[in-house]
Ligand binder design. Sequence first.
Ligand SMILES: C[S@@+](CC[C@H](N)C(=O)[O-])C[C@H]1O[C@@H](n2cnc3c(N)ncnc32)[C@H](O)[C@@H]1O
Length: 251
Amino acid sequence: MNKNDLLFYNEYEKFYKMAEKSAVFEEFCRTACGEDLSQDGFGDMRQIDRILNLLSREKKSEILDVGCGNGKLLGYIKSKREVNIHGFDFSENAIEHARKNVEGNFRVCTVDEADYPESIFDMVISMDSIYFAKDMGEFAGRVKKWLKTGGVFFIGYTEGDIVPFGNGAENSLAARALRGCGIKYDIEDITRETYELLRRKRECAEALRGDFEAEGDMEWYHMIMGQTECAASGYEDFAGKMARFIFIGRK
Ligand SMILES: C[S@@+](CC[C@H](N)C(=O)[O-])C[C@H]1O[C@@H](n2cnc3c(N)ncnc32)[C@H](O)[C@@H]1O
């Protein structure tokens, strides 16, 4: 397999190189999302609090982050709960930084290649990464195998960006993938709070425009403005072309 053929491979290598050294991007993540976890997507601290609420406060949990980037999300969870952390990502730069940023078990591999022993995880997190599976149903089946009985599959999922806007959460590719392999799930529609997050991202990027310019990182300012263009007008308009759901699946 030639990695250069994979969707956004070169873009993510470049992104994680920038994320490791850019003080402005760090400040942007902190102001827009509540904490610098090198967010590239639709996740913020409100969503991560939902993950924390699902993790035991008493016993140690084994958790896996799919598309873990530079490991900062896992590092944050580790600072709040008793966990052993595992993560994989196809970006070599991301995993090199993850290994420096936090103690855990990190691998360079694609979503389609990833494999782990049966019944070892209490939670598998996929924050904006399930879209990269060639076959979401097959991938959900593998995740089910890795989860202990009662384990949680947490999915942050946006429609209208990488996957097309559809006909509601129950008809989404993610819901069908979960049903297909017999994982029961609850859904939370967080489209409204995502609209607010994207507007905040625009405002924060705009406020930091001069700093992006001074750092010579205007490419990333433009990337953020492009990514959040969908939230430039009113909520009705946004909700007509984009939706975000959290799926909490249980084995
Ligand atoms: C939208 S970002 C989300 C990153 C992070 N989870 C977050 O919420 O900010 C997608 C992540 O998945 C990784 N990724 C993309 N395609 C992949 C693939 N085919 N296999 C493994 N990782 C992939 C990217 O490098 C990136 O870290």
